[in-house]
Design a protein around this ligand. Structure first.
Ligand code: DQA
Length: 146
């Protein structure tokens, strides 16, 4: 099973940005956690981070040609307004899970709207970095149910 985990803008700044919201652990810690979980689950995981909308869309389109089995995405701020990323996600028929480190529904008004969640199968929020690991477990179930 081949999984792709995409992280959007500023997530490479984990451990630097707004620590009271996103915590002290940095992006490399997250990558280590994902790698460890992938070993436990015995799956292949590729990670991708970009601060650019177009790069994220290009990576999503590549996932189609690569025949990726499932996509986990934290579109970061693009969650709230990128119809282009939403359309790219909607083009893909494999299971998709949206992850947020924070509880976006309990923060500023603009964060309460996710334009990307309706084209994903699940949304996991407010579990910190562990949310990615929860999404990986959930994805294995979604893919085996398919
Ligand atoms: C985030 C929430 C977004 O509102 C924010 O723009 C982010 C991170 C989260 O993981 O909690 O960059 O997606």
């Amino acid at each position: 099973m081949k999984l792709l985990i995409i992280n959007g803008p500023n997530l490479n700044f984990l451990g630097i940005r707004e620590k009271s919201i996103y915590g002290n652990r940095d992006y490399s810690v997250l990558l280590g956690m994902i790698e460890q979980k992938a070993k436990e689950l015995n799956i292949d995981v590729e990670t991708f981070q970009s601060n650019g909308e177009g790069e994220i869309i290009d990576r999503l389109q590549k996932a189609y040609y690569d025949k990726v089995d499932g996509i986990i995405i934290n579109p970061a701020a693009y969650t709230h307004y990128s119809y282009a990323i939403r359309d790219a996600l909607a083009s893909l028929s494999m299971p998709k899970i949206e992850v947020h480190i924070s509880k976006i529904n309990e923060r500023e008004e603009f964060r309460k709207i996710s334009v990307t969640a309706p084209v994903c199968d699940r949304q996991i929020m407010g579990h910190g970095l562990e949310g990615y690991l929860m999404a990986m477990e959930e994805m294995v179930k979604l893919c085996s149910d398919k």
